[in-house]
Design a protein around this ligand. Structure first.
Ligand SMILES: [Zn+2]
Length: 313
């Protein structure tokens, strides 16, 4: 098995680099870091390689299980060839605003459904980027995003929003760790103290310094956190504000307004996880993003049935 020593930094370089053998070697090196393939059923390392089928077979008499480098990973059971999923994963993790399943299908030449399935499996591994606690100085803020209203004629939109100011909009809450610039975001149900606190407490260590805007809802955080705030109404945007959160909101809105206009509400939470992932890795190299996604795929699996809850789309 060959180790990856040259790191391709563009999609074209990656496709040239990963022929079927290299793709298998690469996956094997992630799956079995000690270089020894082992049977997923009985754990035996007495395995052979069936070259014609690109599969391993367990040599234990009672087992004889066949398996491949994608067995037990998020890629298990994919109908895509290795060069197709390499290109697709590369696009998904490296296109700044994300890509749609249609766009992937057109580019790599597969069924839209296969691309959609892979896209959602990759999103699944992006989720852990939206977990784990921040410390130090943390900014917290929320905003409204999306909604069907953006596709409506102006007059009609104005009529509806005069009666229902937040019609069709979803409130997203974000916390941002100032030392790393990383964010965590989630959908919240309105601007109630309970909702905002839930997200702050889940993502920020007690005793941290939380900066917010003047929203009263944050006031009762004071028992557990050092709290300071700026008053947007009085234009106190200066130094200690929550401007870092604004940069994530702008990033999120650009994504929603572009590729994902048709993002369905039930996938919005997954979309936000993806945006958090993208935002947090935006300064890394293309290869590093691809490699990190591939490593996270090992041992994770999401079937089409699990994803759709058994229903066909
Ligand atoms: Zn076995």
């Amino acid at each position: 098995m060959i180790a990856v020593n040259k790191k391709p930094q563009t999609l074209v370089a990656a496709i040239r680099f990963f022929d079927a053998d290299t793709a298998d070697s690469y996956l094997a090196s992630i799956k079995w870091p000690d270089g020894q393939p082992c049977c997923p059923r009985c754990g035996s390392v007495n395995v052979g390689w069936i070259k014609s089928r690109r599969r391993f077979q367990c040599r234990e008499k009672a087992c004889r299980k066949q398996f491949s480098t994608t067995t037990g990973t998020i890629l298990e059971g994919t109908h895509l060839t290795s060069d197709q999923w390499i290109a697709a994963v590369w696009m998904i993790v490296n296109c700044r605003m994300g890509v749609s399943s249609c766009e992937i299908a057109r580019t790599i030449g597969c069924k839209q459904q296969s691309a959609w399935h892979l896209l959602h499996r990759v999103r699944e591994i992006m989720r852990p980027a939206n977990e784990g606690k921040f410390t130090g100085t943390v900014e917290a803020d929320s905003t409204l995003v999306g909604g069907l209203l953006q596709n409506m004629p102006k007059a009609r939109r104005a009529r509806i929003t005069s009666r229902h100011p937040h019609a069709g909009k979803t409130r997203v809450h974000v916390v941002r760790e100032r030392s790393t610039g990383k964010v965590r975001a989630t959908i919240v149900d309105g601007e109630t103290a309970a909702e905002l606190h839930r997200h702050v407490r889940a993502n920020v260590e007690h005793g941290s310094h939380v900066h917010t805007d003047a929203a009263h809802a944050y006031k009762s955080l004071r028992g557990d956190y050092h709290h300071s705030f700026v008053n947007h109404a009085r234009d106190e945007y200066v130094r200690d504000g929550v401007n870092g959160c604004e940069s994530f909101f702008a990033f999120l809105r650009r994504g929603l307004a572009g590729t994902y206009i048709h993002a369905s509400p039930e996938h919005l939470a997954a979309y936000i996880d993806e945006a958090v992932y993208r935002y947090n890795v935006r300064h890394e190299s293309e290869w590093d993003r691809f490699d990190a996604a591939m490593r996270a795929m090992v041992g994770k699996r999401l079937t089409y049935k699990e994803l759709t809850g058994g229903a066909t789309r």
